[in-house]
Ligand binder design. Sequence first.
Ligand code: NDP
Length: 482
Amino acid sequence: GRAQIGVTGLAVMGSNLARNLARHGHTVALHNRHADKTDRLIAEHGAEGDFVRTESIEEFVAALQKPRRALIMVKAGEPTDQVIEQLAAAMEPGDIIIDGGNALFTDTIRREHALRERGLHFVGAGVSGGEVGALEGPSIMPGGSVESYKSLGPLLESIAAQVDGTPCCTHIGPDGSGHFVKMVHNGIEYSDMQLIGEAYDLMRRVLGFDAGRIAQVFRDWNDTELESYLVEITAEVLDKADPQTGAPLVDVIVDAAEQKGTGRWTVKAALDLGVPVTGIAEAVFARALSGARAQRAATKGLAGGTLPTVAEALAGRGEAEFIEDIRRALYASKVIAYAQGFDEIKAGSDEHGWGVKPVDLATIWRGGCIIRARFLDRIREAYTSDPDLPSLVLDPFFRSAIEEGLDSWRRVVATAVRLGVPAPGFSSSLAYYDGLRAERLPAALTQGQRDYFGAHTYERVDASEGKKFHILWSEGGAEVEA
Ligand code: NDP
């Protein structure tokens, strides 16, 4: 065969990645279960590069140079397993199958191990950036063997987004690591979007701003350290007029957020690992609450208590000051979201022995992906100077950024609470931060209760770590060593 790589599954993501590869001078074999998509791609974009049209999987595999590299971009789940099986049956030891879909990392681990047994490389590659990213330069997070990356890496790096000459693609680690970090990336994206939504809601409901005015605030914020793709598109969405009525588009969109699952997966995996990703969890649950339309129809008029007026709640702070408070609260909460996401990646990496380097993610998320932001340069610096940072909030830059924003953060959360405007992202991240910095937590009481009803034992502040004690609660109340 003469193609350097093949793409099977030519819906929006697959065809855009295939075009991106061809535009970068690679010969690309094309395959789709139904050949109509293949033909459409060649008819519409055949001139962009060198494509090899194939109809059967056998023909597709035969079109590839050895070691063969075949990128699967089909529906995640069962369809991906079917296509893997078809490819594996036609391939030879040393060939590489890449799954660029949004696979669950545990599926990727399973598939990688099964294919390794058969002498094939399996690369689970997270791809972020949506349709446009796939065509113009995504952020790519490939897992799998080091050997497979030697052959595949240069191809992927050539089509990835570039920031300061560095490609937004690097080898993440073994088996499921690429899809795991892509999953957490999406979780952080959920959190970021929720926080932006809360900032918008506060301007709307507390300050009474309309969509256009809020768009201007986000545009201004995009010139600060908040500069990011999501803040930029927020301004554009808020500025958009409804083509049907001319009203702000955001006012005619039903306020029920949907989700495809990666945010939920991030939280499930975090629960299993015991990592508090409260910001991501609040974002997933906020979408769930918004989507419970029947329940909300029934609960809409529930009482809110005695609410102060806006002027009372703002306690003398003017509009501009409150906007600046919100900006700082957004920034601090965003630091927390990333800190929690990076904690989950570290825990996942430790659990599976992946050796994922946080600095790599901060580097390849700077471009191409949905959470790209100026901010990531700072995270990169943080993990460059200390790869073992116990928490992102301990990095000197982020530590002082949070300290400078703390009073604003508290004022925003307090104002939201007093006025009955839900801000679960802002408030839970502040609670998390206060938990991190607390001298003592009420967990001591929890341990006492657990010892009382379940003889679960406790450790003492004045005894060595690991030494367990128990109170004979119903037998006189003496303490015994467990
Ligand atoms: P879809 O998820 O809509 O999948 C459609 C493609 O899957 C078609 O090519 C279809 O072939 C093929 N397919 C479905 N079932 C089978 C099967 N049993 N056997 C063979 N082929 C099958 O396409 P997208 O382009 O939206 O996404 C592709 C992957 O990329 C998904 O895993 C998605 O989660 C992921 N992804 C998507 C992003 C996005 O923004 N859309 C962003 C990042 C990742 P046919 O034409 O013959 O029906």
